[in-house]
Write a protein that binds this ligand. Sequence first.
Ligand code: SAM
Length: 232
Amino acid sequence: MNFHLLTLFPEAIKPYFDSSLLGKAQEKGIVKIFLHQLRDYATDKHCSVDDRPYGGGSGMILKPDVVVCAVRDLRQKHKIDRVILLSPRGALFTQAGARELSDIQSVLLICGRYEGVDQRAIDLVVDEELSIGDYVLSGGELAAAVVVDAVARLIPGVLGNEKATLDESHTVGAHGCAPLLEYPHYTRPEEFEGMKVPEVLLSGNHAEIEKWRREESLKITCKNRPDLLKKK
Ligand SMILES: C[S@@+](CC[C@H](N)C(=O)[O-])C[C@H]1O[C@@H](n2cnc3c(N)ncnc32)[C@H](O)[C@@H]1O
């Protein structure tokens, strides 16, 4: 899958993409991540990409001509299936959304800055606005990195163990029930600071282990995210 990012600050996120799982996925050629500098599309001699908002108010707005020109140019040069603007106003990015995106070939993620992007550019070239949560970041770079990471790890070959993504938090379980949060994990030693690994996990009884994990998932979901239990 190809991820194209349009940003004023590629250097802020490149190290993340080049390390660990995403770095390996790029080396293997399963994932390609292209960082495009928005300022390259500025047309005036000051290379300006933003301007003051009509109607007054604080902050600066990314100029429509610069954003539209960049997206059109990238669409001409690369096969891009979907253009997404990262925005706190967007629909909430979820695990289901990540899975849906992992099925497409190529996506362009626009990282906003300052007060955001001129609405006309959004109307002209953006397919979808996505938010990674109900808070405001100073730029779309971290949000785009979140989307790339969550989507890429669902692409076959990236994790090396696709089954691992099937019973994680926020993922519909094998029984088609509402997505729950994951059960607790334990590793060696069997006893740590007086706390023992639950007996059932040492029993070798897989049916009992599955039952215990399901109960623990329900308990933790009830405690931390009761809203999830109300969802279908
Ligand atoms: C300071 S924010 C702009 C906030 C905007 N004025 C508002 O109130 O909705 C600058 C940029 O950060 C990114 N951003 C901030 N919070 C985000 C979030 N929760 N999800 C996705 N992108 C976000 C967007 O690209 C946005 O254009």
